[in-house]
Design a protein around this ligand. Structure first.
Ligand SMILES: [Fe+2]
Length: 184
């Protein structure tokens, strides 16, 4: 992606796709997650990461050999698929929370004994494909990485962003933020 318009174009073109086995579309999910971030003191970079964290779901079909849906019984590695498409526009403060948001789920399963039960059935199922709970050593190593705490916060909003018909800020409301953060 060379411009913010390219990114918005993908969100508009592919955002009506179902969000895995959930009852919201990809765009509804992205907007709910970014809107939750926007209502807190989240940095603009983290708000953008929330909006774009599942961008890999929207562009995975462009990479040969990547399963387009974890529903097909394989990990779609969408947290990595997004990165080459966004790297020309955004730096680590946006990209690293995206890259780490699946591992953040594995981390939270270890760190919070009550967390797993709060996940949707689809998210519980994909957890197994993504490697399951982190061990204590894996969790310790994970949380020491730069932007890991942002990824954990993103993950918490991600899990809350599956509410059918929930009002959100419109996509156009995030364009100035995406433009401001984009590498010139
Ligand atoms: Fe998500």
């Amino acid at each position: 992606m060379n411009t913010v318009d390219d990114v918005i174009g993908v969100l508009m073109a592919k955002g009506s796709n179902a969000y895995g086995g959930e009852r919201v579309t990809q765009l509804e999910h992205a907007l709910q997650c970014a809107s939750l971030a926007r209502t807190t003191a989240a940095t603009p970079s983290l708000v953008a990461a929330c909006l774009l964290h599942d961008f890999g779901h929207l562009v995975g079909h462009l990479i040969a050999g990547v399963p387009t849906k974890s529903l097909h019984g394989a990990d779609d590695i969408h947290q990595y698929v997004a990165l080459p498409f966004l790297r020309d526009l955004y730096g680590d403060a946006v990209l690293e929370p995206i890259r780490l948001h699946v591992d953040a789920k594995r981390y939270l399963c270890h760190a919070d004994p009550s967390y797993w039960a709060t996940l949707s059935p689809e998210s519980q199922r994909s957890l197994e494909l993504q490697g399951g709970y982190f061990s204590a050593a894996e969790a310790d190593k994970f949380i020491q990485q730069p932007f890991a705490s942002d990824a954990v916060q993103l993950r918490i909003w991600d899990d809350l962003s599956k509410v059918p018909q929930k009002p959100t800020l419109p996509l156009k409301g995030f364009v100035p933020l995406l433009e401001h953060l984009a590498k010139k």
